[in-house]
Write a protein that binds this ligand. Structure first.
Ligand SMILES: Nc1ncnc2c1ncn2[C@@H]1O[C@H](COP(=O)(O)OP(=O)(O)OP(=O)(O)O)[C@@H](O)[C@H]1O
Ligand SMILES: [Mg+2]
Length: 318
């Protein structure tokens, strides 16, 4: 048995609009093992984003249980939820959600500044927290410049403390996504695919248990989508990072271990994807059965190795 990283039981979420009720989630039970690559598909309005927001601790279910990496998170208050989110989850959104006028390297440092353990600068952390939630909810238009000012101050304060180590980790994450030669570029100086890779590096940098991606290729042309998908596959295979993503594209959904098809707030069907023989094979499970906590960085199983694309920019040195 592999370790489970997401375990939900009968999740429910209902929105009341006037006198009608929308059952956005109508009893979703989902079990995701560490190292899985899972696609969620389904028609518009079927509850995909609602589910993703709950899995990502951005929202709470009205009813049901949710164990994230073994922790019961269904009923936590906002502060605890934010803390868990920052520690365990990396997000990637359709619209990239990068700050304008901020370099790739600084974008990737931001989650470290927010989570940055040993600092005593609570006001700097709070300042960053505002920006962090703005980014995660994607609601960035009205107060972005204020948020950017706050984050600049917070960054300066926190960098004095976290300093070199955080910068190195941010660099490593950018190298892992193949952007070693674009670190000082701002979003307007990067292509769409590169911007999304910055967002993936930002998701990776905190070493999360899961990466959640809501239509990560939705704003990219098909060739760039392919490249992005290859990158997610490689991170999943090489690092054993659990990746759960929503997609409308059948081609992309098939290149996973498993496809969850939602309809009317329920899981209508589950299918094995093309990669179902690799990460979840008994061989992989044996190889990954290692002592405490080493699963996340487990060596890929032999069949994962064969599934890995040829180009491996993460092995390049800066
Ligand atoms: N804040 C909200 N208030 C009221 N209804 C909502 C709210 N958020 C979502 N809904 C409703 O819940 C249902 C599920 O929405 P959700 O955003 O999860 O769908 P989705 O599967 O992500 O769709 P899409 O593919 O269009 O992104 C929809 O009918 C939607 O209208
Ligand atoms: Mg959606």
């Amino acid at each position: 048995m592999r370790e489970s990283v997401i375990e939900t039981t009968d999740l429910r979420k209902t929105y009341v609009m006037g006198d009608s009720e929308i059952h956005a989630l109508d009893g979703v039970s989902l079990h995701v093992e560490r190292g899985e690559l899972l696609a969620i598909t389904g028609p518009s309005g079927s509850g995909k984003s609602t589910l993703m927001n709950i899995l990502g601790c951005l929202d709470r279910p009205d009813a049901g249980d949710y164990l994230l990496d073994g922790e019961d998170v269904a009923t936590l208050d906002d502060n605890r939820l934010a803390e868990i989110r920052n520690r365990k989850i990396g997000f990637v959104f359709q619209s990239f959600n990068l700050l304008p006028r901020v370099s790739a390297l600084e974008q990737v440092e931001l989650p470290l500044l927010y989570g940055g353990g040993n600092t005593r600068s609570h006001s700097a952390k709070r300042s960053y927290q505002g920006t962090e939630s703005t980014l995660r909810t994607g609601n960035k238009t009205p107060e972005l410049s204020g948020a950017q000012q706050r984050v600049a101050v917070a960054r300066d304060l926190l960098l004095q403390r976290g300093g070199a180590e955080w910068r190195n980790r941010a660099r490593e994450a950018l190298v892992a996504v193949g952007l070693e030669d674009r670190m000082s570029h701002k979003p307007t100086e990067l292509s769409g695919g590169q911007q999304q890779r910055v967002a993936i590096a930002r998701a990776l940098v905190t070493d999360p248990a899961i990466i959640l991606a809501d239509e990560p290729t939705g704003n990219l042309d098909s060739r760039t989508s392919e490249e992005l998908m290859a990158l997610l596959l490689r991170l999943n295979a090489d690092r054993g990072i659990t990746v759960v993503f929503i997609t409308h594209e059948e081609e992309i959904a098939r290149r996973t271990n498993r496809i969850i098809r939602m309809r009317d707030g329920r899981v209508a069907a589950e299918e094995r994807g093309e990669m179902s023989g690799s990460a979840l094979s008994p061989v992989g499970a044996e190889a990954d059965r290692a002592p405490s906590g080493s699963l996340r960085r487990a060596e890929p199983s032999s069949d994962q190795r064969t599934a890995r694309p040829a180009s491996r920019p993460d092995e390049a040195k800066p």
